[in-house]
Write a protein that binds this ligand. Structure first.
Ligand code: AMP
Length: 210
């Protein structure tokens, strides 16, 4: 199965992608995580990416499209994958089509801007494996420690209030048209992204029929 997961910043894409992965045994491909790994490694492209992510802007399409193409060409993606955070613009959605990728389902996690701003302040992520948690809504078993790999959790630098507002603005102006692209094809499944994590997961599984 090839699944796209849409949702604003903090809508729960990473958390729900993990749940779908575990259920279907396919990898989650997060362009945001690939970008953060490059930034953490201090590579020349990582340094360039940081100039965009720090401002809450999108990394240019051409760079992200090449990165995605390379990632989904790897053997672990042979039987399908979940795209978490890609496409984020109409040119990216078109590029996916040009690559000949057949998408089975497109999920949109619907969360209000006010709820997103509330969630972001409590988000903590694992710098090693990319798993995300929330200090109130989805806490790790041990305070500030990743359940999956044991690394100490951190707050993302782009989760600051003013950056979150800019990311929301970018989501509405650039990513929602990409969502509309799939809605026009009758592929979009809108899921209420509010409430407990497990309930949202159950809504997604039901919509996907898995
Ligand atoms: P995410 O973890 O998906 O929220 O992504 C974090 C940041 O990485 C975004 O705010 C963008 O700056 C960048 N990014 C991630 N995915 C994409 C994409 N598909 N296109 C452009 N920029 C992206």
């Amino acid at each position: 199965m090839r699944i796209i997961l849409f949702g604003g910043p903090g809508a729960g894409k990473g958390t729900q992608a993990s749940a779908i992965c575990a259920r279907l045994g396919i990898p989650s491909v997060s362009t945001g995580n690939i970008i953060r790994e490059a930034i953490a490694a201090g590579t020349p492209s990582g340094k360039e990416f940081k100039t965009y992510t720090d401002k809450g802007e999108l990394v240019p399409d051409s760079l992200v499209i090449d990165m995605l193409k390379e990632r989904i060409g790897r053997p672990d993606c042979e039987n399908g994958y979940i795209l978490d955070g890609f496409p984020r613009s109409v040119p990216q959605a078109e590029a996916l089509e040009e690559m000949g990728v057949e998408i089975d389902a497109v999920i949109s996690l619907e969360v209000s801007d006010a709820e997103i701003e509330r969630r972001m302040t409590g988000r903590r992520v694992c710098p090693k494996c990319g798993e995300s948690f929330h200090i109130v809504f989805n806490p790790p078993k041990t305070d500030m420690v990743c359940d999956k790999c044991g690394e100490t959790l951190v707050q993302r630098s782009d989760d600051k209030a003013e950056t979150v507002r800019e990311r929301l603005r970018v989501y509405h102006s650039q990513t929602e048209p990409a969502k509309a692209f799939y809605e026009g094809k009758g592929k979009l499944l809108k899921i209420d992204g509010s409430g407990p994590v497990e309930e949202i997961t159950a809504r997604i599984f039901q919509a996907l029929g898995i």
